[in-house]
Design a protein. Sequence first.
Length: 342
Amino acid sequence: MQVFEEINTFLSAQNPFVCYVKPNENIWNLLVQQNDEIIEFSGQAGFVFMPFYEGKQVVIPFEGNTFLQGNLENIEKKKSENFTSESNQKEAFENLVSKGVTAIQQGEFDKVVLSRKIVLKEQIAIVATFQNLIATYPTAFRYLFFHPKVGLWMGATPEQLIKINQNQFETVALAGTQLYSENVIWTTKEIEEQQFVTDYIVTKVKDKVTQFMVTDAKTVKAGNLAHLKSLISGDLTTDFHVNDLIKTLHPTPAVCGLPKERTIDFILKNEDYNRKYYAGFLGEYKKDNETDLFVNLRCLEVDKDTVNIYVGCGITKDSIPEKEFIETENKSMTMRNVLVSK
C-alpha cells in the first residue's frame, strides 16, 4: 500500500512525520513536516505529541506541511516474534509496588500508578510492525510518530483523553485491567480504582461546564484485555477553554494517581526511569475546530538497537505486588504480539 512505502521513504530521509488511524476507522492520516526542526507546542493547530511530565512538548503543525488521507485496504498480518526481555524486572517492580502500597497505608495518597520499561535488545521491522498494529487493534487509536530529534514511537491506545467539537466535549474514566473473557468479574479493588478516576474528573470539571453527564462503568475490550470505562461529557462555558480542560485532565489519575501532585512526586522519586512520552498524550489539536486527543498507553519506543515497551498499573491499598507485575506482563503483550523481526 502506498502509504507504507511513503513511511519507509520518510524514515530513510529522517523526515519528521506521523501516521495514525482513529478507533473503528479505516482511514489512514499522514502528516509530514517540511523540515527537521523541533516545533514546540504553543497553541498551533496540528498533531501534538506531549510528554507525561518532563520533555519537549512537540507539534507538527497542519499549516505549511503535507497532510494526506486514504482508505486502508486489507492488511496482511506479518509473522510476529515474542522477543525476550533484557533482564528480569520482577523483583524490582514488586518492590516498587510494595513501596506504593506502604505509602497508601500511611495516608500519603489514595492511589498511585506505577510503571516500568521493558527493554528488548532487538531490531524490528518498523513498517511491518506498524501494519500488524493497525490490523490487530481496530478499536484503538493507532499511530507511528517519528522525529529525528525526539525518536520513534508507536502504539495502540484504548484511552481517549478528550474529544472536543465546538464547545461539546467527551472524555473517559478508564481503569481496572484483567485478561478479557466472556464472563469478566471485577474485584472491589478494580471497581474502586475506576471510581477514583471518575470522581476526580467529575470533581474537577462539573462546576465549569454545562449539560454534564456521566455514564455507569461498563466493561470494554482492548486487545486481549478488559477495562472498566465510564463516558463523561458536557459543554464548555465561554470562560473555560480547551486548554483549561486539557491542563485540568492531564495527567489523569489513570496514569499518575490521586492526589495528583503527591503521586507525581512519588513517581519521579521512585520509578527510577524517565517515562518520556509514555502516559503523555497525542492527537489532533484544533483540526477543523475539533480536538481529538488520546493518552499514550500501550506504546513502544525504538531506540537504536533496542525496543522499549512501557507498561504500568494502578496501585491501591489492596494491591498484591505479584499480581500487579503479572498485569504489566499482560499489558506488554499488546505490543509484543505485533513485533516483526528486522
